[in-house]
Ligand binder design. Structure first.
Ligand SMILES: *Cc1c(COP(=O)(O)O)cnc(C)c1O
Length: 421
C-alpha cells in the first residue's frame, strides 16, 4: 500500500496534489512519500518482532540524504556497498555501529575508511578480500567484525540481472567451501568472525528460495559452531519483491517473509539482520513526467515524455514494467487506446512501455510512473546532457526539494578543458 491516491480527480502524494509540485519544480521529478517509507519500514519491524534483529536499509535502492534521515529516525541500520554510500549513511546521521558493509569488490581504502569511522560488520565475499581486510585492520591495530557471505546455490527465480545466489554468480563463497574459509578467517589476525551473510537476489516474488537459502544457513550455523566458531549474527540479505503491475501476482508480505525467517533460523539464538531496499523505497516513489507530444506513427501512436531512460533505466535494463498513470484521474468509462510510451533519448531502448492502454492524454498532461522509488534516481545519468531529475519529499501537506535539478552550467562546468587547448 502507498500514499499516492486520487483525490478530487487529481493524483496526490499524501496531502499534496502532484500538479502543485510540478508547478514549483518543473518536470520530470521524483516524488517520495514519507508516510509510505515509514509504513514499509514498520512492516519489517512487525515481521521480525520477537527476534533480536536489526533492519539495515539497503542504501543503494535510494540513497538521498533525506530518505536516509527518515530511515535513521525510525531506528534503521544501513547496508552500504561502497565508500560513497558509507559516507552518505554517516552524513545522514547513522552511527558506524549501525552500518554493515556489503559488496564483492571493497577496496583497501574503503575498508580503512569504514574501520576508522566505525562499522557494525563487513560482509566479506572472498578469500582475497579476507586477507586484504586482515592487513588493513592489523596495520591500524584494529579488529574487523566479519560475516562471510555464502552463496547457497539456490535459484531466486527472478530476473537474471538481479539473481545473485546461484553458483555461477560472482557473489559470496560457495557454501560447500564455507568450513574451509571460516577456518582460514579464524586464523587471520585482525579478523573477528561473528556470523554468516547471505543475499540471493532482488525482486523475489516467491518465498521458497528464501526458505531454501535460510535453511542452508541454519545448517551451516550448526556446523560452524561445532567447528568452534562463535556464530552469533545472521545477515539474511534483502530481496523481497514488490508489486509493479496491479495484477493478482502480488509478492509475499513482509509478515509472511518474517515467518520464514522465524521458522528457519529463529531457534539459533542469533541476532538477525535483514537488508531490504526495494520493498521500503520502491512503492514510496513516483517519477512524474510531462507529455511533450502525442505522435501518430505507422500503425501505432506514441506518447513522447520529458522523462527518458537516463532518468529511469529499469525498463531498458531489466525489461521492467512500471504502472504509468495520468495525474488527472481518467473519467469513469473513458476510452483506453494503446500507446508506445517513450522518452526523447536517441536510442530505441528509450521505451518505457509498448502498446500500453492509456486513457485520452494530450500534450502538456502529467503522467506518473508508479513504483519508481527504488533503483530510479540512484541509477539516473546525464546521458544526452539531460540534467539529473530533482527529487522531492512529501510529508503530509508539505513538500521539499531534497535534490535540486542542476543547471546546464552546473553540468558543463564539471568538465575542464586542458591548458594546451
Ligand atoms: C541490492 C542488495 C540488497 C537490497 O536488495 P532489495 O532487492 O532492494 O531488497 C541487500 N543486500 C545486498 C547485499 C544487496 O546487494
Amino acid at each position: 500500500m502507498d500514499h499516492f491516491l486520487y483525490r478530487d480527480g487529481v493524483l496526490h502524494a499524501e496531502d499534496v496534489p502532484l500538479p502543485e509540485i510540478a508547478a514549483a519544480v518543473g518536470t520530470p521529478f521524483y516524488c517520495y512519500s514519507t508516510a509510505t517509507l515509514t509504513r514499509h519500514f514498520r512492516l519489517f519491524e512487525e515481521a521480525l518482532s520477537g527476534l533480536d534483529h536489526m533492519i539495515c536499509y539497503a542504501v543503494k535502492s535510494n540513497s538521498n540524504q533525506a530518505v536516509l534521515r527518515v530511515m535513521a529516525e525510525l531506528g534503521a541500520g544501513m547496508d552500504v556497498v561502497s565508500g560513497g554510500e558509507y559516507a552518505r549513511a554517516r552524513a545522514a546521521g547513522v552511527p558506524g555501529a549501525r552500518i554493515v558493509f556489503s559488496g564483492v569488490g571493497k577496496t583497501r581504502a574503503e575498508m580503512a575508511r569504514a574501520l576508522e569511522g566505525g562499522i557494525r560488520q563487513f560482509n566479506v565475499e572472498s578469500e582475497p578480500e579476507l586477507i586484504a581486510l586482515s592487513e588493513v585492520a592489523t596495520a591500524r591495530q584494529l579488529s574487523a567484525p566479519v560475516t562471510i557471505r555464502v552463496n547457497p546455490d539456490v535459484d531466486a527465480r527472478t530476473h537474471a540481472k538481479i539473481a545473485t545466489g546461484k553458483a555461477e554468480n560472482k557473489f559470496g563463497i560457495p557454501i560447500a567451501r564455507a568450513r574451509e574459509v571460516y577456518a582460514e578467517a579464524a586464523a587471520l589476525p585482525g579478523i573477528d568472525v561473528i556470523g554468516i551473510d547471505v543475499h540471493i537476489g532482488s525482486q523475489l516474488t516467491d518465498l521458497a528460495p528464501f526458505e531454501a537459502a535460510y535453511t542452508k544457513v541454519a545448517e551451516l550455523t550448526e556446523t560452524l559452531r561445532a567447528d568452534g566458531h562463535a556464530i552469533r549474527r545472521l545477515d539474511l540479505g534483502g530481496g523481497l519483491g514488490i508489486p509493479y503491475a496491479r495484477d493478482n501476482n502480488a509478492p509475499p508480505l513482509p509478515l509472511e517473509y518474517g515467518e520464514v525467517v522465524k521458522r528457519t533460523v529463529g531457534h539459533l539464538g542469533c541476532e538477525i539482520e535483514i537488508e531490504p531496499g526495494r520493498l521500503i523505497s520502491g512503492n514510496a516513489g513516483l517519477l512524474v513526467a510531462g507529455v511533450i507530444y502525442v505522435k501518430s506513427g505507422e500503425g501505432r501512436d506514441f506518447l513522447i515524455l520529458d522523462a527518458a531512460m537516463n532518468d529511469l533505466i529499469r525498463p531498458a535494463m531489466y525489461d521492467a514494467w512500471h504502472d504509468i498513470v495520468p495525474v488527472e484521474e481518467p473519467a469513469a468509462g473513458a476510452d483506453y487506446a494503446p500507446y508506445d510510451i517513450v522518452g526523447p533519448v536517441c536510442e530505441t531502448g528509450d521505451t518505457f512501455a509498448r502498446a500500453r492502454p492509456m486513457p485520452p492524454v494530450a500534450a502538456g498532461d502529467l503522467v506518473a510512473f508508479r513504483s519508481a522509488g527504488a533503483y530510479g534516481a540512484v541509477m539516473a545519468s546525464e546521458y544526452n546532457t539531460r540534467p539529473l531529475v530533482p527529487e522531492v519529499l512529501v510529508h503530509e501537506d508539505q513538500f521539499a526539494v531534497i535534490r535540486a535539478r542542476p543547471s546546464f552550467d552546473d553540468i558543463i562546468n564539471r568538465d575542464t578543458i586542458p591548458s594546451w587547448l
